[in-house]
Design a protein around this ligand. Structure first.
Ligand SMILES: [Zn+2]
Length: 149
């Protein structure tokens, strides 16, 4: 989540950034702080990918559905819930860039790129809009990022 996009973010969050920060601080666990921001992530308690319509999307985007979570545990949760529909074990989640979230698998996995439509084999996958039906390849990811800037 990009906390600098305050307008759209606040609309869905139901609070402003200050309130969000204090909500997260209240939920910090053992040693989390803004200094080690890279080691923890903002997790949706109920995954946003579970939303079936816009109403549910808005409900799940609310700040009360957010919690800080150590990056490692966040991955474990993704694996346990099994909502990534690619056979493999996620071992790393990278920082979010806009609507893109990059993940690394333990071993190469097969998937169809949502963007170029090619079938790919890679350890790296990129998920668009937190939706595991929209997996794109690293090549398209790079292209799309450079288009934007
Ligand atoms: Zn592609």
């Amino acid at each position: 989540m990009d906390l600098t996009k305050s307008h759209t973010t606040e609309k869905y969050l139901g609070c402003d950034i200050k309130q969000l920060m204090s909500h997260l601080e209240k939920n910090f666990i053992n040693g989390m702080s803004w200094e080690n921001r890279d080691d923890w992530q903002i997790d949706h308690i109920v995954p946003i990918s579970r939303a079936k319509n816009e109403e549910e999307f808005i409900l799940l985007s609310h700040y009360t559905n957010l919690q800080p979570m150590w990056a490692e545990e966040n991955l474990k949760k993704s694996n346990d819930l099994g909502f990534h529909n690619v056979k493999g074990r996620l071992i790393k989640k990278f920082g979010v860039k806009g609507e893109y979230q990059q993940y690394r698998y333990e071993t190469s996995v097969d998937f169809n790129c949502f963007d170029c439509g090619k079938s790919k084999t890679s350890k790296l996958v990129v998920v668009f809009n937190d939706n595991w039906s929209n997996i794109i390849c690293n090549g398209c990811y790079g292209k799309n990022l450079s288009k934007k800037s």
